[in-house]
Design a protein around this ligand. Structure first.
Ligand code: HSE
Length: 436
């Protein structure tokens, strides 16, 4: 059988990884896919640089608009990232009857619904395993392996850069800036690292996972997003003393009132496996009603781990190329006419536990005042300690863990606590999840 012909948009880190993996494992891949997979063209911004790397093996152009329409291309692999021109090129490829494989989480988070609708209409596939958690086959697991379950929630470390920074800060006491620089040197960070440290990249990935888990359209705009840029080393240390690790988690949960979709630093009990995921590694915990909790772990970025997911998608597309479109796995796991929009919960309606760090004057009655306000809002204290003030110092920090409370109540209680004249700074608050 003739090989399937691939056009690559982008020959950066992941593009080169894809070329290398396809070349190195071509025999194995042919045996799995039933036919060869051949890269017949690549479109790049800098043709000279690409030719210097690839030689004559792959024809290179700087006209991606031609590649997505080329009659000798069956599958377009989009690895350029960002929303434009990626959206336009992907839609054009679909309109020209090409299947698409993409690693572009921002594109799918913002325009996935439009892209999948266009693909459905044309009867082509859009595969995107590489868009979430790099080499971990989490899309495959959710879309296929867990289809017998009603998914209850999932929580993931899905931004390797943030996890790397948090690990370095905890292990070596490195400053946030030094750890970020190191992550950039190692190639984990996005071109714009603010997407990593402010939680945007994790929220892109989470909104895709949430849609597949619950059979809802992708709603990036419904996500509550906080990053790690404001985390202090002191909180990482105190959390440790209380038996917790601080992780940037993406959490999506089905509740009777609607779907939670949130990314924020989170205290996780140190005994949980996911709390021990270090460096740039990613992990996702998925809780299904039948299977219980399952954990998926691996490299979330990097040339070959991401290429592993791209090539797996190429094999899938190759196998299903001739299948009736109605018989393929639906893009978002549920049949397109069975995607049901749900209410998305505002963060104020979220119920979770909290860590507070409160800087106070070291005077009688301070703790009683704080405890009274918390009691007024039905916020129950789970654990607490007070840092011993240094010699001659008349201020100290109270560290508290609470039982579950509604965020709206917590916000109001903290406003009142911060208004006390014995409370000297805004209260530091980090949400806590038991993930049990
Ligand atoms: N910047 C991303 C991360 C790369 O740190 O996880 C993979 O999406």
């Amino acid at each position: 059988m003739k090989p399937l012909r691939v056009g690559l948009l982008g020959l950066g880190t992941v593009g080169r990884g894809t070329v290398d993996v396809l070349r190195r494992n071509q025999e194995e891949i042919r045996r799995r896919a039933g036919r060869g997979i051949e890269i017949v063209a690549a479109a790049v911004r800098d043709v000279g640089r690409a030719r210097a790397w690839v030689g004559d093996a792959i024809p290179v152009t700087d006209r991606p608009q031609d590649l997505v329409r080329a009659p000798d291309v069956d599958i377009v692999v989009e690895l350029i990232g960002g929303c434009e021109p990626a959206r336009e090129l992907v839609l054009d490829a679909i309109a020209h009857d090409k299947h698409v494989v993409t690693a572009n989480k921002a594109l799918l988070a913002h325009h996935g619904n439009e892209i999948f609708a266009a693909a459905q209409k044309m009867g082509v596939m859009v595969a995107f395993e590489a868009a979430v958690a790099g080499g971990i086959p989490i899309i495959k697991a959710l879309r296929e392996g867990l289809t017998g379950n009603r998914i209850e929630w999932l929580a993931g470390i899905i931004n390797g850069t943030s996890n790397f920074i948090l690990s370095r800060m905890r292990d070596t006491g490195a400053s946030f800036d030094d750890a970020l620089r190191e992550a950039q040197q190692l190639g984990y960070a996005e071109a714009d690292p603010s997407f990593d440290i402010h939680g945007t990249d994790a929220a892109h990935k989470l909104s895709i996972l949430s849609a597949i888990a619950f059979g809802v359209p992708i709603r990036f705009d419904a996500a509550h997003v906080e990053g790690i840029a404001d985390l202090a080393a002191a909180d990482i240390r105190y959390a440790e003393q209380l038996g917790y690790r601080v992780k940037l988690l993406g959490i999506t949960r089905r509740t009777p009132a609607g779907i939670e979709l949130r990314v924020h630093p989170t205290l996780v009990p140190a005994k949980r496996l996911v709390a021990n995921v270090e460096g740039a590694m990613n992990a996702v915990v998925v809780k299904g009603d039948a299977v219980g909790a399952t954990l998926y772990y691996g490299a979330g970025a990097g040339a070959e781990p991401t290429a592993s997911a791209v090539v797996a998608d190429l094999v899938d597309v190759t196998r299903l190329h001739t299948a009736d479109p109605e018989d393929r796995v639906p893009h978002l796991a549920f049949q397109p006419d069975a995607l049901v929009p749900q209410p998305w919960l505002s963060i104020e309606d979220t119920v979770t536990s909290y860590y507070f760090r409160i800087l106070v004057s070291d005077r009688p009655g301070v703790l009683a005042d704080i405890a009274r306000i918390l009691a007024d809002f039905r916020i129950s204290i789970d654990a607490m300690f007070q840092r011993e003030p240094a010699e001659g110092e008349n201020r100290t920090e109270i560290i508290m863990l609470t039982h579950e409370a509604r965020e709206r109540d917590v916000n109001e209680a903290l406003r009142r606590i911060e208004a006390l004249d014995t409370v000297l700074a805004p209260v530091i608050r980090i949400r806590q999840e038991s993930l049990s």
